[in-house]
Every structure is written in C-alpha cells, then in structure tokens.
Design a protein around this ligand. Structure first.
Ligand code: CMC
Length: 429
C-alpha cells in the first residue's frame, strides 16, 4: 500500500495518510475525515478499526501468532513465570535477575487488602456470582487507596499497578471463600504468586496445606496465556474508561464487568457447561449439527475468534496443560476430555467450521483444567480477570502516557426519528 490513500465523499476527494506499524496491517488514518468531508466512518464492532497505537501485544490471527512485547507466547509460557510476564508487560523488557527479585518482592508485599474490605463481603449474598463481587470490590479499592489515584503522578500510577496485580488474587480468593462459607485465608509471603493464590483458595485454618507444584505451574501458565490480548472488548473498555481520567481501580472494575460476558471471558464457563451438557462422545455429532443450524442460536462455545482465523496458539498450550493436570490427578480418561477431543476432531474436519475458519480458542480446554484443579465454574472468569489485570493496567498506563491521548468518543449513524414537536399527554391518541 502507498503511504497515502484517498477517498471520495460527495464528489470531494481527500488524501488520507497511511501509517505503518512494526509488523501487521497498515492503517488508514481517518482522523481528519470528518473535518474535511463532514462524513463519519461506520464500523460497528470495530472489525476494521485500530483504536490506538500500542507497543504491548501483537496478534497475527491468520498465522496464529501471539507476541507480548515481541516475545512469542510459547516461549514465555514454557520458560518464564507469570510475574516475569507482568514485568515485561509493564516495563517493556524482560527483567534482569535483580529486577525480577525486586519486582516479585514488591508485588508480594502488596497482596494483603485493607482489613475493612472484609466487611464488604458480608454485604453480599453467599450465592452472588463472584464476578459481581469482583466488580464491586475492585471498584471499591479506589475508596481505600487514595494515595494511588492521582493519574498524573507517575509514581502513583506505578503503585496502583503493583497494588492491582498483587491484590486481585487475594480478592478473587476471598470471593470464592465467601461463596462457600469458609474463612478468608491471608496471603503467605514465602510462596510464589500462583502458589499463594491456590493456598488462599483451598487452604483452611484447621490443617496444613501443601500446594501441588503441578497445579501451581499449570495455573501460572494459564495466567501467562491470559495476560493480554491487545484491544479486546475488556481492554478497550478499560482504555475508554481511563480516557476520561477515571482512576485505575475504577477502570479495571469496568474491564471486569465487560469480561464477564459469555462472548468474552465468560466463554470458558460456557464451554465447560456445553461439554457437560453433551456428556458423552456419541452425542457430539448432534451438537455439531445444532451449531451449524442457521435456525438454532446455539454456538460451539470455545470455538471461533474475532481475530484468530487459525488455531489459537494459546489453545495449543492450554491443551498440553490440561493433559498435565489430568495426568497428575490420574484422570487421563476424564469423560469431559473425551468429549472435548472428539468435538475438536469432528469440528476441525467439518466444512462449516473450515470455511468459516472456526478453530478451538483458549477457552475450549481451560474449563476442564480449572475444574480438575478444584475451581467451581463460576470462578473461571474470575481467574481470567486475575490474569488479565496486568494487560489492562499496562494498556491503561500506555494510554495515559501517550501525549496524543484524547477522551474516547465514538460517533454514530443516527437512525431514530427526525425532529418532531412534543405533544401534551392529554392530546396523545
Ligand atoms: N459456533 C458456530 N458458529 C459460529 C461460532 C461458533 N462458536 N462462532 C462463529 N460462528 C459463525 C457465525 O454464526 C457466523 O456465521 P455466518 O457468517 O453464517 O452468520 C460466522 O461464524 C462469523 O461469526 P461472528 O459472530 O460474525 O464472528 P465474531 O468475530 O463477531 O465472533 C466470537 C467471534 C468469539 C464472539 C464467536 O466466534 C463466538 O461466539 N464463539 C463462541 C464464544 C467463545 O468461545 N468466545 C471466546 C472467545 S476467546 C476468549 C476471549 O477473547 O475472550
């Protein structure tokens, strides 16, 4: 593509600059289109629109590539740990040993939440969805940590970022403990990030708890796989909320609310429910037929992606992790896994899925793994939120630090009634 492109609106031709990224498609800069032509562009769902410049995450959906700050997801997931990925996301480079030790120390020392947060929980029904609890409690952090809500102060932004990464697992574990009527378990600083989270979820005060290292490694990898995914719905929500100058805790609460939906973070819960509903491999064909039926709203959950038109690279790593966890539990013949494997096999050979480029996404296998580790289904999206917090916060910080940043304010194509006059109530027929 040339360095500029042109468009003709109502007979008026205007030149539009074309910008190039490091890799990936060029973008046509339409920022001055309205001023020059009086016309807007129309792109519901942003299928052709880049909303910002970013240096954090790159996805090539056709090739099935995912890079965090240039590093392939496979290398980070196989060789690193989650806090290293957090450092990379926030600072742009992998840490040295000393930087890593310092970062881990700082995150670990921020894992406790203000003791009055405990009282928040008792206001919720025990059967509240933990995502409802998370939206509320993360939003409420801004009422507790006033010293890190000034977004113009770089130091405060960093403290808020560390606090959020550190406290999310604590709040998530508290939401879980509250739902099952068990006492909260305080963080233990000698444990690594993920082992600490598993302990806060599954330990009880009356006995010692040993963290299973296979589970800890698996969950740490799940966190890495979910850490960021460029301008997805929840990240765009965080950026949009942050563009008005809202404090970071409020912005992340907005991201959690968006993540909750079944087309986004709720899909792992939906995928597991679907596998349980299918139940046995012999019923898979019927569900594949349902998914293909235009008159049936049913979709194969855990299949398809707005960006990946190839196998989701995270799904491959997730699949391997599923096998490791089930092996550790001696459950290689898990019936849900059998259903999943059969479903994947049939769908990948089916013309409908091939033509529409629908492949398993990360959520297809993650539900089976988390269930096997002991998490109830309504905690799945919460775990996604724990992991995605670093992506949200890195994208939020990048936006705040961008000098060209403006409040996000899309326009619309108005299709409602034209101007009309108010009719008093007694004259309305
Ligand atoms: N099962 C059956 N058909 C599907 C599916 C599916 N899972 N996904 C898409 N299609 C069909 C859809 O009916 C449409 O067909 P047609 O062109 O004939 O109308 C076509 O494929 C394109 O679908 P779309 O809804 O226009 O595509 P989209 O990019 O707007 O949606 C998606 C992407 C992820 C919302 C969608 O594939 C979906 O609903 N998948 C199931 C939910 C899911 O697994 N979501 C997790 C996404 S990964 C985690 C995350 O990033 O949060």
């Amino acid at each position: 593509m040339s360095a500029s492109s042109s468009i003709t609106v109502d007979g008026k031709q205007v030149e539009l600059p074309v910008k190039k990224g490091t890799i990936g498609p060029d973008v046509v800069d339409i920022g001055k289109l309205y001023a020059q032509t009086g016309a807007f562009t129309f792109d519901p769902g942003f299928t052709s629109t880049a909303s910002c410049e970013s240096k954090i995450t790159y996805i090539d959906g056709d090739e099935g590539v995912l890079l965090y700050r240039g590093y392939p997801i496979e290398q980070l997931a196989e060789k690193g740990d989650f806090l290293e990925t957090c450092y990379l996301m926030l600072f742009g480079e992998l840490p040295t040993e000393a930087q890593k030790a310092d970062f881990d120390y700082r995150v670990t020392r921020h894992t406790m939440v203000h003791d009055q947060m405990n009282r928040f929980f008792s206001g919720f029904r025990r059967d509240a969805h933990p995502m409802a609890v998370m939206v509320a409690c993360v939003g409420a952090l801004s009422a507790f940590y006033h010293d890190s809500t000034d977004i113009s102060d770089e130091q405060q932004r960093m403290i808020a970022s560390i606090r959020m990464i550190a406290k999310m697992p604590t709040l998530a574990a508290m939401a879980y403990k509250y739902s099952i009527g068990q006492p909260f378990v305080y963080p233990k600083n000698e444990l690594d990030y993920t082992s600490n989270f598993l302990r806060m979820c599954f330990a009880v005060p009356c006995e010692e708890f040993q963290v299973n290292p296979v589970f800890s490694k698996a969950l740490d990898r799940i966190f890495i796989l979910h850490a960021d995914h460029e301008q997805n719905a929840s990240t765009s929500t965080v950026r949009l909320a942050g563009s008005s100058g809202a404090n970071p805790f409020a912005c992340i609460a907005a991201g959690i609310a968006c993540l909750w939906g079944p087309a986004h973070g709720g899909a792992n819960e939906a995928a597991l429910k679907m596998l349980m509903e299918i139940g046995t491999p012999d019923r898979v064909d019927a569900y594949v037929a349902k998914a293909k039926d235009k008159n049936d709203p049913f979709r194969l959950m855990g299949f398809g992606h707005r960006v990946y038109k190839n196998y989701d690279p995270r799904a491959r790593l997730m699949q391997a992790t599923t096998h490791q966890v089930l092996k550790e539990l001696g459950k290689q013949d898990d019936p849900l896994l059998e259903v999943a494997v059969k479903l994947e096999e049939i769908a990948l050979k089916d013309g409908y899925f091939i033509e529409k480029k629908l492949y398993p996404n990360i959520d297809f296998y993650s539900g089976i793994t988390l269930k096997a580790m002991g998490f109830p289904t309504d905690m799945f999206t919460v775990l996604f939120a724990v992991a995605r917090t670093v992506g949200w916060i890195a994208q939020w910080a990048e936006m705040i630090e961008d000098p060209s940043q403006k409040i996000g304010r899309p326009r619309q194509l108005y299709i409602g009634p034209d101007r009309r006059e108010y009719v008093p109530l007694e004259q309305r027929g």
